[in-house]
Every structure is written in structure tokens, then in C-alpha cells.
Design a binder for this molecule. Structure first.
Ligand code: EPZ
Length: 424
């Protein structure tokens, strides 16, 4: 088990280029299955979830070469259409392979991804969309076998603007026979990125960036090279760290327009925010104790749920009482329980958490519950007197290439202690 140690009260200062977007790259890797040739992705982040997805593609018969951010996926010959349970358990996004496997091979076998600490996370919207396109599903002891002799264009209304279900439906509809209209789609920037990749591969999609997508199926897609955007959630994490540590940080490589709600929230907390849209740079300076946070998460363009935990950490340092409401996932306050150990007074009332901040926080030894909660606990440690320890920080490596490296570059006193097996 590895533990991150962080020395608090070190203001962050400096500029950092943001890694490629995890939540854009994962569906793009699934999209590579749609082309019986090579797809090249640049700026691919070296994170655990991408490594797992690469292993799954290899298991299915793809050749995957990945060096210094450049990933080449040769999906000319697939040898399997079944995703082993052990992969599904490690990474929920493996369900995004259902759409492309059905579109290309007419079959796919996987298992339910199961819930995680942030919620039950069913895939009923995914299954319904693929059934509407002509797939049939059989379930047996948690295994799902999907078949489709052919996929046919149709219309699909999502009950909720689900990111993954929108992506799965897109990845199937692009090769369906006829036109598909997708209604009430998720509008996260990662969906727009996926549509741009698919278009570069020869897909015909109208309404990109909006809630209604019209996909005209084509017989096949061709190879292409694509560079995804920077990871807006990583960028938001580092900018929130600037607020918490009362520093001055510039993040580069992320479109400011993709972080509007978090940036407006930081301004309301008292930060000075400046952006250079063309250069894709955002600067946040914080000189005083933040004013209270009031936010409510929701589907894009509302406040992103993935940044809720790090803003909860910022709320723990605010003057006065903050209120944060989580509307996307039913159980995304796991980090709140751990954060109480730093001395902030946190009260959870169903989907809302009330926080009475203090400054500085007291050092603590805490345990990361999940990816974004773990990052939030590291940020809370940056506002605490003394040295704090965050255990189980393997979760963090799922989405951040190297949180310690990046925060150290900005002046944080932070290091990882990997406990030897003998010690665990
Ligand atoms: C994506 O997850 C992201 N993951 C999540 O980021 C992000 O938090 C989420 O979108 C919301 O923005 C990736 O892109 C890999 P949803 P996804 O389908 O697609 C319910 C991170 O930390 N739902 O939009 O799973 C679901 O339970 C991760 O990077 C159903 O009920 O999210 C949730 O309450 C965490 N049935 C809501 O919809 C379904 O079939 C939103 O989920 C699908 C979803």
C-alpha cells in the first residue's frame, strides 16, 4: 500500500502543463475498435485506467504500442469479443466497449461493472440504447451477452444525460444502417471530443456539442490521428490547490470555457482568476482566506461532480459555513467523513453537505476512498499544520499521472512512501 505525505501551509506557485484527458481518451480507445486499421492518439496520459483499457484492447486482439504519450491501436484483426470479469471489476469504462463490439462484430460478452464508493452506477441506459439500435441482451450470473445481427438507425431518448450511455450509443450508431437521433445527450466536453474523433474517422454526426445528436450510419470508418484536450478535472484540481494553499498557479493546455462554473465559484471565494483563451491558459491567485462555497453539481455545463470533492476540501478552509449539493451520484461524500479528521466541522444531510471551515486545519492520517476523494484529501492536507498522511492513494493513480510530481513542481512539500509488501 502506498501513502502520500504532505507538509501543509506551503503556498503553490508556478505553471504546469496538464496531462491528456482521462475521460476523453478512454472512449477514444474504445472507438479505435470501429476501424479495421490503425488509430493514433497523442497526449495519452500514463494512468492506471488507460493501462487497463490498453490491456483489454490487447486481450480482444488489438496491437497497442504506447510510448511517450503516443498510442497506436491496430484493430485490424480482433480475436475475441468477450471482456473478462477481472478487467471489468478494475474499470467501469470497459462497458464502453459494448457499442463498438456490437457495431463491428455483432456480439459482446461482459459483466456488470458493479457499483463503487460514489454510487450504484448501473448501465441500464447503455443497454436500453443498444437494444433500441437492435441488440439483444441475455444475462446470466452477472454476465451480459449481447448480440446484434445488424444495428439499425432509430431514435433514442436518454432518461438522464448520461456521459457513458451517450458515448456507447454514439460508438454503435456510427456504423448502424440508417440514421439515429440521440435526444437528451450528455454535453460534457469529452462527448464533443469523441464526436470530433469519430468525424475524423469518417463518421457523419450533426449537432456536436448539443443535447441532440443526429448520426448517419456509414459502412466503415478509417484510420486517423487525434490529439485529445487536456484534462479539465486535473486542471480544476490544481487550481483548487492554488486556492487552498493561497498560491498563484497557471495551468496550460485546457480550454478555460470547459471550467466556467468552477472558475466562477473560485472568484466568489475571493480568488483572482484570469484566462488566456487562445493560449489555453488559466491563472488563479489567492491571497486570503476563502469566502464560503455554495455549489450544486449537475450535468455539463453545470458544476462538474468530479470537482465536488476538491471544492469540499477548499470549503474546509473557508471563513464561515459552506454548502455543497451533489445531484449526479447518490453517494459521493465518502471523502467528507475522512475530511472531518482535519478538524473542519462537516454535517451531511442526504445530498447536501454543510461545512464550517477553519484555518489552518489540523494534520491528520486519512484514507483515500476513491479517485477524486483521494485527491481532495491531499489538498486538505496542504491546508493543515504539520505533516498529513493519505493512505490507499493507489486510487489517485487511476486518474492523475503523478499528483506528487505535479504538486512538487508547484512548490508543495509532498512525497510518496511505498510500504514494502513485508510492511503491509
Ligand atoms: C462519467 O462517468 C465519468 N467517467 C465520471 O468521471 C463522471 O463523474 C461522470 O461521467 C459524470 O460526469 C468517465 O468518463 C470514464 P454518467 P459515467 O453515466 O459515464 C446514472 C472520474 O472521476 N446512470 O453520466 O459513469 C449514474 O448512476 C469519473 O473521472 C444510470 O442510472 O457517468 C449517475 O448517477 C467518476 N444508468 C448518473 O447517471 C446508466 O445506465 C450519471 O452517470 C448510466 C448512468
Amino acid at each position: 500500500m502506498s501513502v502520500i505525505q504532505v507538509q501543509g501551509l506551503c503556498p503553490l506557485n508556478g505553471r504546469i502543463r496538464i496531462q491528456g484527458s482521462k475521460n476523453a481518451v478512454l472512449p477514444m480507445m474504445a472507438a479505435a475498435l470501429l476501424c479495421r486499421d490503425v488509430t493514433v492518439l497523442h497526449h495519452v496520459p500514463d494512468i492506471a485506467d488507460v493501462r487497463i483499457m490498453a490491456d483489454i484492447l490487447r486481450h480482444l486482439g488489438c496491437l497497442v504500442n504506447w510510448r511517450q504519450g503516443r498510442m497506436e491501436i491496430d484493430a485490424s484483426d480482433l480475436t475475441r469479443t468477450e471482456i473478462p470479469r477481472e478487467y471489468v471489476g478494475k474499470m467501469r469504462s470497459s462497458c464502453l466497449l459494448l457499442g463498438p463490439l456490437l457495431a463491428r462484430e455483432g456480439e459482446a460478452v461482459t459483466s456488470y461493472p458493479g457499483g463503487c464508493v460514489i454510487g450504484k452506477r448501473p448501465i441500464d441506459f447503455h443497454i436500453h440504447a443498444l437494444e433500441r439500435l437492435g441488440a439483444s441482451f441475455r444475462e446470466q450470473n452477472g454476465t451480459i451477452a449481447a448480440r446484434a445481427r445488424k444495428l439499425f438507425g432509430t431514435w433514442i431518448l436518454f432518461p438522464y444525460p448520461s456521459v457513458g450511455a451517450t458515448e456507447n450509443a454514439l460508438l454503435a450508431a456510427v456504423l448502424a444502417d440508417g440514421t439515429t437521433v440521440l435526444l437528451n445527450c450528455a454535453m460534457e466536453p469529452e462527448i464533443e471530443e469523441l464526436c470530433r474523433l469519430l468525424t475524423a474517422m469518417g463518421a457523419r454526426i450533426k449537432g456536436i456539442g448539443g443535447p441532440e445528436l443526429v448520426v448517419e450510419g456509414v459502412p466503415e470508418l478509417h484510420s486517423c490521428e487525434f490529439t485529445p484536450a487536456g484534462d479539465r478535472i486535473c486542471a480544476g484540481t490544481y487550481l483548487a490547490a492554488a486556492v487552498i494553499s493561497r498560491g498563484d498557479v497557471v495551468v496550460a493546455g485546457v480550454r478555460p470555457g470547459e471550467l466556467l462554473e468552477p472558475l466562477k465559484t473560485m472568484e466568489r471565494m475571493g480568488a483572482a482568476v484570469s484566462v488566456r483563451e487562445k493560449e489555453k491558459e488559466i491563472r488563479v491567485q489567492m491571497k486570503k482566506r476563502p469566502s464560503p462555497v455554495f455549489l450544486e453539481t449537475g450535468p455539463y455545463p453545470r458544476f462538474p461532480t468530479d470537482l465536488q470533492p476538491v471544492f469540499l476540501a477548499a470549503a474546509c478552509t473557508c471563513r464561515g459555513e459552506s454548502r455543497i449539493r451533489e445531484t449526479v451520484f447518490e453517494a459521493r461524500f465518502a471523502a467528507a467523513d475522512e475530511m472531518k479528521r482535519f478538524g473542519a466541522r462537516i454535517r451531511t444531510d442526504r445530498d447536501t453537505v454543510h461545512v464550517k471551515g477553519r484555518w489552518p486545519l489540523g494534520s491528520a492520517s486519512v484514507r483515500a476512498p476513491d479517485l477524486r476523494g483521494g485527491a481532495a484529501l491531499v489538498l486538505a492536507g496542504m491546508a493543515a499544520e504539520g505533516i498529513s498522511g493519505i493512505e490507499d492513494c493507489g486510487h489517485i493513480e487511476r486518474g492523475y499521472e503523478d499528483l506528487c510530481r505535479d504538486l512538487s513542481l508547484l512548490g508543495a512539500k509532498i512525497w510518496m512512501e511505498r510500504e514494502s509488501l513485508a510492511g503491509s
